[in-house]
Design a protein around this ligand. Structure first.
Ligand SMILES: [Zn+2]
Length: 361
């Protein structure tokens, strides 16, 4: 039934057929790693399909490019030895999204995006793979998936159709149309951005996490004590303390970690991996900021009864817009008036943000 439905839905589709790869996955029933056949969409085939129905010149236009992004793409163009205006910059987005009613399971995904396109095209995302978290074998499943994508990215950088499968074997029955492709791809592209949350960076790419004694950052030599030194003269900002892709790899090898295949993609560098603003701010930072803001407000010269009254009104308003709107989705165990009395005490203001976070979660 599912197969017939998929066939009907895909009839007349111009998107490429999925590439079926043997990927180690976790078998929940057997409790061991088995080989599964996972469907993946290859970046070089997706871009070829888009070029079939798009003006390549407009696809290459860079309508949304900031200084850092421009420098990143220019560096890639220099490495590949091609003109900048003939190179398409693409991005990968590594993230998980809840996929059932109570959000207890998530689908781990790798999506393709085009960060340099302007307008609405900038939000264009194409999922390349999706696998339920319960089937992910730690350190194995995504290494195998990223190995396939790295092969596809090498083809994009070389602007050539591959002549065999990613592991050097001959085409299989499901690659029938693929095996007939040869010669040049319509355009050259390079992976210039990878975004993800810290969990994806830690588990998929083996970057250090925020509390590791040896180093807490994949872009510099900051250690745990440096986390509270954000000044412009901080040691970790000095050029000699910035990491390159090779010093990062050396640090991983020193720790005995296996390298992610994505690190061997064409033109990849430390700058390719970007800290996603949403994930960096949504848990903790914003709440801490608000807590400290309220604490500062309550200690300023205007801490008269009226000012406190104004602050109280502000807190009530803030609570209504943040927590009150969530009531339809979550059940609150603490009613607003009861916990509000505690929150208004200055010594509790700093943890105000955390309280909100717990209430919302
Ligand atoms: Zn750093």
């Amino acid at each position: 039934m599912a197969r017939n439905l998929i066939r009907k839905l895909m009839k007349g589709s111009h998107w490429p057929k999925a590439y079926i790869a043997a990927i180690p996955i976790w078998d929940k029933k057997l409790g061991l790693v088995v080989v599964g056949h996972i469907e993946l969409w290859l970046p070089h085939e997706i871009i070829d399909a888009i070029c079939d129905f798009t003006d390549v010149e407009s696809f290459l236009s860079k309508g949304n490019i900031d200084v850092e992004a421009a420098a990143r793409l220019a560096k890639c163009a220099r490495e590949l030895g091609v003109p900048l205006d003939e190179l398409l910059g693409i991005g990968f987005w590594l993230d998980g999204c809840p996929c059932n009613w109570d959000r207890s399971q998530s689908l781990e995904t790798v999506s393709l995006n085009f960060p340099y396109l302007g307008g609405e095209d900038n939000n264009f995302r194409i999922p390349l793979c999706g696998i339920e978290k319960g089937f992910v074998a730690k350190g194995e499943t995504f290494d195998a998936i990223l190995e396939v994508f790295t092969w596809s990215l090498s083809m994009l950088a070389a602007k050539q159709w591959p002549s065999c499968r990613h592991d050097g074997t001959v085409w299989i029955a499901t690659d029938c149309w693929r095996s007939r492709k040869n010669g040049s791809l319509p355009l050259r592209a390079v992976l210039s951005e990878v975004r993800g949350d810290w969990q994806m960076f830690k588990h998929l790419l083996r970057f250090p996490q925020h509390n590791e004694a040896a180093g807490i950052c994949f872009k510099c030599r900051a250690v745990l004590a440096d986390a509270r030194r954000p000044g412009t003269d901080a040691d970790w900002r000095k050029p000699e303390n910035r990491l390159t892709i090779w010093s990062l790899i050396q640090r991983m090898l020193d720790k005995g970690l296996l390298l992610s295949p994505l690190l061997s993609s064409p033109c990849v560098s430390v700058d390719t991996f970007l800290i996603d603003w949403l994930h960096a701010v949504d848990l903790g930072v914003l709440c801490d900021f608000l807590g400290n803001l309220f604490f500062t407000l309550s200690n300023t010269s205007c801490t008269s009864l009226i000012a406190r009254h104004e602050l109280r009104r502000f807190l009530v308003w803030f609570r209504i817009i943040t927590v009150g709107t969530q009531r339809s989705r979550t059940s609150l165990t603490i009613s607003p008036p009861r916990c509000f009395g505690k929150m208004i005490r200055p010594r509790n203001l700093r943890s105000f943000g955390r309280r909100l976070q717990k209430l919302e979660g």
